[in-house]
Structures are given as C-alpha cells and as structure tokens.
Design a binder for this molecule. Structure first.
Ligand SMILES: C[S@@+](CC[C@H](N)C(=O)[O-])C[C@H]1O[C@@H](n2cnc3c(N)ncnc32)[C@H](O)[C@@H]1O
Length: 290
C-alpha cells in the first residue's frame, strides 16, 4: 500500500513512518510513504505557495498551481510503479468524518494521495480540479492537515495483514464487526490490586466463557451509555444475540420482545453509570434510555 502526502512539513511524517506498529510495518515493506512538498513545484525564487485571499480577510490561502503540480508528480510516480490513478483526498474540517469503516476501505485499497492544507485553506479551484474526497478528523480546527493525515494513515496501516503482532487484536477493537460494531470493554493488567482497586473477578477466573460474557456485557453497557446509536446499528445488522438483548433490557429496565427475562432471574435494575467507567471529559452524557 502506498501513501503520497502533499505537505509543507514532510518531516512530520517520520512519526508514522519510523515509530511503533506503523514504523515496523514500514520497515517490513508493508506500506510506503512518499512526501511531496508544494514548494518544490513553485516557479519563483521565493518558492511561494500561498497568497492573500481575494475579497480580503485574515490569513493566507494555498495556491492551486504548486498543489496541482505536486499531485501530478505523485500520480506519475504511482503510475511508474504500476499502480492505478489514486483518489486524492484533502484533509478539511468540511470533509466527511473519518471513521473505522473509512480506515477499512482505505486499508483494502492501493492507497491514496493526501493533501495537507495550511493557513486559511486551499484555493477552491484546486479542490474542484484535483480533489476526489474531503476527509475531516472531527469538528475542530487544526493548524494544518498533517495531524489529520497521520491519523488517517495510522488507522489504515494497522489494519493491513500482518501489521499487528497478534493477528486478532484489530478484530477486538472498538467499531470492529467482530465486536458487533460496539465499543471495546475495559482492560486490566498487573498488579491484581492497584491502589485498593481489584481486577474484576471474572477476568481472574480462567473461565473463558465467563470472561467472554463479562467483556461482552461491559461492551454493551459502555456502548449503551456513551454511543447508543451503535447499539441500534448492531441491532439493525442482527448482530445482537438474545442474551445481549436480555442484558440490555436488564440494564435499561426496558423489555425487548422475545427476550424477556423470567421474573425469578431478573436482577434489580442496574444504573448504567455504576457499570461503566466515568464518561471522559467532553463526552456528552446520553440520557437514560428508559
Ligand atoms: C487552520 S485550518 C483551515 C480551516 C478553515 N479556514 C476552516 O475554517 O474550515 C488549515 C488546514 O488544516 C486542516 N484541518 C484543520 N482542521 C481539520 C480537521 N478537523 N480535519 C481535517 N483537516 C483539518 C485542513 O487541511 C485545513 O486546510
């Protein structure tokens, strides 16, 4: 898989190329990274890549010509390598939100050309002529597209075959179909007791089915609290078992047809907040679905 990145700061990409899981995979030749600096495609002595915005206003705008020339060079290099024309994605707050499905689609492809904006953004005519996709990292504004591009690359590369040591570990991550698209359950490691807090008993039991059930229930509870729409999506896909539905019904006090827990087995209604770790700062609390 090949990534081409058009950026004024190629040195920022050493982070994903040289370090950690993605660095190891790069060293193994599982993916490649090629940076193209728009300054190398300028015609003037000052290597100008930006200018003031028409209509006035603050900041500068990246000029179309150096960006287009850089994209053309990247496409030509890919063609010389026997690859087809690549999609060209501009990192932009106005783009489509990058998610796990996007990372999976990208990981299954030959790669992409990523354009990192700076300043106030890039000349719209470049977008209309050359850009096939616009990708956002979220509803916030970064100083440039590089950090967003790093996230795009990292999330896709770790999904490539053989990149993760334990071949299953990506399957157990949040949003993965193997996990029914739910959020991952909490993790614990040694020591068994830390500052008075013990590892939950099922994880110490050595009983695989109980451990799997405990993890599934923690996933369900966490997802129901923080991302209830993911529960709905899993349900629509038919990914929730009767046992899952029964657990969710117990959690919320709502009976789901066909999954009614016999009254002698019904536990007192659980408060969701008592079941899952506190919501991270900035994460919107969802209302109790009951
Ligand atoms: C300071 S931002 C420009 C923001 C732009 N004026 C706006 O309000 O939408 C400079 C560059 O950072 C990148 N960027 C900023 N926020 C981003 C986000 N949430 N996702 C992806 N890229 C982003 C884009 O490439 C953008 O051109």
């Amino acid at each position: 898989m090949r990534f081409d990145v058009v950026t004024l700061f190629p040195e920022m990409f050493g982070v994903v190329r040289d370090l950690g899981v993605t660095g190891r995979a790069h060293a193994q030749g599982r993916w490649s990274l090629h940076a193209w600096n728009p300054r190398d495609f300028t015609q003037d002595v000052h290597r100008t890549v930006d200018d003031r915005p028409y209509g006035g206003g603050p900041g500068m705008v990246m000029m179309a010509a150096p960006l287009e020339a850089a994209v053309n060079a990247a496409q030509a290099a890919r063609a010389a390598q026997g690859l087809g024309r690549a999609p060209v994605a501009l990192l932009a707050p106005v783009g489509q939100r990058y998610d796990q499905a996007g990372a999976e689609t990208l990981a299954a492809s030959e790669g992409i050309i990523l354009i990192c904006g700076r300043y106030e953004g890039v000349d719209q005519r470049f977008i209309e002529r050359c850009v096939t996709h616009e990708i956002s990292l979220g509803d916030f504004v970064l100083s440039g597209g590089e950090i967003a591009a790093l996230a795009v690359i990292d999330a896709a590369v770790r999904l490539l075959p053989g990149v993760l040591n334990d071949g299953d570990s990506a399957l157990q991550d949040s949003f993965n179909e193997t996990l029914s698209g739910l959020l991952d359950s909490p993790h614990y490691t040694r020591p068994e007791v830390y500052e008075g807090a013990s590892v939950p008993a099922p994880l110490l039991s050595g009983h695989h089915a109980n451990i799997a059930r405990w993890r599934r229930e923690r996933s369900l509870a966490l997802t129901a609290t923080r991302r209830p729409e993911l529960i709905e999506a899993a349900r629509a896909q038919g990914w929730l078992s009767k046992l899952d539905e029964r657990y969710l019904a117990e959690l919320t006090g709502i009976d789901v047809p066909g999954t009614k827990t016999p009254s002698h087995r019904r536990k007192p209604r659980k408060t969701v907040s008592g079941d899952v770790p506190p919501v991270a700062p900035g994460t919107p609390e969802t209302s109790d679905p009951s």
